[in-house]
Design a protein around this ligand. Structure first.
Ligand SMILES: Nc1nc2c(ncn2[C@@H]2O[C@@H]3COP(=O)(O)O[C@H]4[C@@H](O)[C@H](n5cnc6c(=O)[nH]c(N)nc65)O[C@@H]4COP(=O)(O)O[C@H]3[C@H]2O)c(=O)[nH]1
Length: 706
């Protein structure tokens, strides 16, 4: 606004003052209108409002205060009103202020300066107008933006809420509040961290967070923080729930199958790639199962697509329920692999088993799925029976990348179809045979205890000094109804993998103690040795189980020997030590089986509560042919004796081996030369037999000094 277009209304009853004032102001370029009293001033203003009013306080009729009050009432507090008062007239200055005057000039007036006073006043007025416009603009902007805006100070206090739409109901408007009163702690730290960064770097800090509201719904917010000054930041909070929902929808559409809700091909391939990377890193195996419903096409053709879709949905549900980790493969390993399912399209589904513990686990799961699919699908009109053909490819054996693995699982699926459908096949055909064999064996093993298919045989152990059998080793046998006798070497490792060794081991201990107690009753107080698996000893109830069995069977603890392998001892030494000590406290003897195959030092063994060391049969076998074996056996015997352990040699197949071992000072001998493992009755017949073994010094060995 130029000075010329700035209109001043001047009211004074003193004509001289009026004239002088008008002249001074017009000289400065203002557009001046004059009134000779208050009433005229009001009339002139009403007919044409001015940009500024100058009022003499003393005027006849309506004085300056009354005019000032009137104008304030009429146009508000923006209009600059200048009162002309008498010098030092404090009363009129006060009254002017109360009437709403903007400023005052005291008489006598300095005519040279008066225009400058008005120019200053005008500038203040124009600034105020500009501020008002800026404020109005800001208010308009705030009301147009759907964001909540508030000012946060460096202490985490909300000191002003500039705009507050409905979508941030958690923000308490009104008196100063802290962020912590409105938001959970972790979100408050997000704010404070971002505000710190905005202050120190002058950047606009952006972050997002989900927030659960009082009504239980979760909203997503995007927050921007901008620095205002070193103490204050402006926070703009936007509700992005709708955007998030649509992003999720888009993600779901891109990665999930609409019909079944399962991940789709794209998602499957990405997951498989990442699982392969993980397997590369961990060195684990993984399996890809490719499932195709047999005869689905004809269902679609004859019963229509709607029925087809319903069946696919049910098939997906069955796939999900038959692959739940808790149902999947019972193993002693508590780490269950989490399988991943997908629908590739049509009636093709896939399953990935990451971290596959054993090859046959993939086959077990495939058969479980196959069984689940075979149950009739109950449609309104009739029941439909569908079968599934499943192909399995393994990483790394059948392919190193997702494409190859899927292709090979698909090939295996066709192979399963060719084998007559309702079938599961590995890509590697030989594997199907082996894994099936193990799978069936495992199934049969689960039933073997209930079906009484186990029995014990006993291998006698010769006491060299007494020259007869004082002890036996109990060895388990499995009489399989179809496959005949199965060696423990074939089923004990399997039982250890799936945890069945615990009930089987209990059975062995109970049976051995029961049968040996019967010998005792018949006057043959043989000592009995029972093999333990590491898993049994790790079981926290083990000592109690053993004591319960001894109490139940009445077998004397001092006649029971528990054999543990050197490997087991080294693997779990800390836990096992406590168990062994507890057993020894109850006079149960401990023998270290297969000694020489591990790496335990004699120094370490000396601290263990062991009674007996069994020299592994591999050393005995080559005793007379290999010089090293001779030296090793001799050293083991002499060291063990020095440490106070008794010594048993196993695997003796010839008289010469027995003689040499006697020469070295071995106290107990066991092997086919004396007897193969035999039944309880056969054993009784052997107990009276006497064995005289003459010591034999092997060639090249100096005379035994001890
Ligand atoms: N070639 C040859 N072999 C001989 C001779 N003397 C004994 N043997 C065989 O050597 C094995 C000795 O048992 P082990 O070292 O404890 O080795 C056992 C043991 O580790 C395990 N085992 C057997 N029964 C049980 C059991 O009840 N529980 C557990 N946990 N493991 C068992 O199975 C392994 C094999 O048992 P078996 O087949 O009964 O085989 C027995 C026995 O028949 C011989 O002169 N020559």
């Amino acid at each position: 606004m130029t000075t010329e277009s700035f209109r001043i209304l001047l009211a004074d009853d003193d004509a001289t003052v009026r004239l002088l004032m008008q002249a001074a102001l017009e000289k400065a370029g203002f557009d001046v209108t004059v009134a000779c009293d208050g009433v005229e001033a009001v009339r002139l203003f009403d007919s044409r409002p001015a940009d500024m009013v100058m009022l003499d306080v003393e005027m006849p009729g309506m004085d300056g205060y009354a005019v000032c009050s009137y104008l304030r009432e009429r146009v508000g507090d923006e209009l600059p009103i200048m009162m002309v008062t008498g010098m030092d007239d404090m009363q009129s200055i006060n009254r002017s202020f109360e009437a709403g005057a903007t400023d005052f000039i005291a008489k006598p007036i300095n005519w040279n300066l008066i225009a400058y006073r008005i120019l200053y006043l005008r500038r203040g007025y124009l600034n105020m107008l500009a501020l008002k416009v800026a404020n109005a603009r800001s208010t308009a902007i705030f009301s147009a933006i759907p964001d909540t805006m508030f000012i946060l100070n460096d202490k985490g206090k909300i000191i002003d809420i500039c705009s507050h739409p409905d979508n941030t109901p958690w923000l308490t408007a009104g008196a100063e509040s802290t962020l912590s009163q409105s938001l959970p702690e972790q979100i408050v730290s997000l704010y404070l961290g971002a505000a710190d960064r905005a202050r120190s770097h002058g950047t606009v800090e952006l972050f997002e967070y989900p927030l659960k509201l009082a009504d239980g719904k979760t909203k997503y917010y995007e927050n921007r923080i901008v620095v205002i000054d070193p103490k204050e930041t402006l926070c703009l909070v936007r509700d992005i729930t709708e955007r998030k929902d649509s992003e999720n929808k888009i993600f779901h559409l891109a990665y999930f199958d609409n019909l079944t809700g399962l991940p789709n091909r794209q998602s499957f391939m990405e997951r498989l790639e990442s699982e392969i990377k993980r397997a590369q890193f961990t060195g684990n195996k993984l399996a890809v199962l490719f499932l195709d419903l047999d005869g689905f096409k004809s269902i679609n053709d004859t019963m229509g697509h709607n029925t087809g879709d319903t069946i696919l949905q049910w098939a997906a549900e069955r796939l999900q329920s038959s692959t739940r980790p808790s149902d999947f493969v019972s193993r002693n390993n508590t780490e269950q692999p989490e399988v991943k399912l997908a629908r590739l399209g049509g009636d093709e589904f896939t399953v990935v088993i990451p971290n596959l513990p054993r090859t046959e686990d993939a086959l077990i799961l495939a058969h479980r799925i196959r069984e689940a699919m075979r149950r009739p699908f109950q449609l309104e009109s009739r029941d439909v029976v569908l079968t599934a053909s499943i192909g399995i490819a393994l990483y790394p054996d059948d392919g190193a990348d997702a494409e190859t693995l899927l292709k090979h699982a698909d090939t295996a699926m066709y192979h399963a179809k060719n084998e007559g459908r309702d079938n599961c096949q590995f890509y590697n055909v030989d594997l199907t045979f082996q894994a099936e064999k193990r799978m069936h064996l495992e199934n049969d093993l689960r039933n073997a205890l209930q079906q009484n298919e186990f029995y014990l045989v006993y291998q006698p152990q010769l006491d060299v000094a007494e020259e007869n059998f004082q002890s036996v080793e109990a060895l388990i046998r499995w009489q399989h109804p179809k496959q005949g006798l199965i060696s423990p070497l074939d089923f004990i490792p399997l039982a250890e993998e799936n945890g069945l060794i615990i009930p089987i081991g209990d059975w062995v201990l109970r049976t051995a103690c029961t049968e040996a107690a019967q010998w005792h009753q018949r006057g043959r107080p043989l000592q009995v040795a029972v093999n333990l698996s590491p898993l049994q000893i790790k079981n926290p109830d083990f000592v109690k189980n053993v004591l319960d069995i001894l109490a139940e069977t009445g077998f004397p603890p001092g006649k029971l020997v528990l054999e543990i392998t050197e490997g087991a001892l080294m693997e779990h030494s800390e836990n096992i030590l406590a168990t062994l000590l507890a057993l020894r406290e109850h006079h149960i003897q401990i023998a270290l089986d297969d000694f020489g195959t591990g790496y335990s030092s004699m120094n370490y063994l000396k601290r263990l509560p062991i009674n007996n060391i069994k020299v592994d049969q591999s050393f005995v076998r080559g005793l007379l042919d290999k010089k090293e074996n001779l030296a090793i056996v001799r050293a083991i015997i002499s060291l063990s004796k020095n440490l106070g352990f008794s010594i048993t040699a196993e695997g003796i197949e010839s008289l010469n081996q027995a003689q040499v071992l006697k020469y070295f000072g071995c106290e107990t001998l066991q092997g086919y030369y004396f007897s193969k493992p035999i039944t309880m009755q056969e054993m009784l017949a052997l107990t009276d037999k006497q064995w005289r073994i003459e010591p034999l010094r092997p060639n090249g060995v100096n005379h035994e000094s001890s």
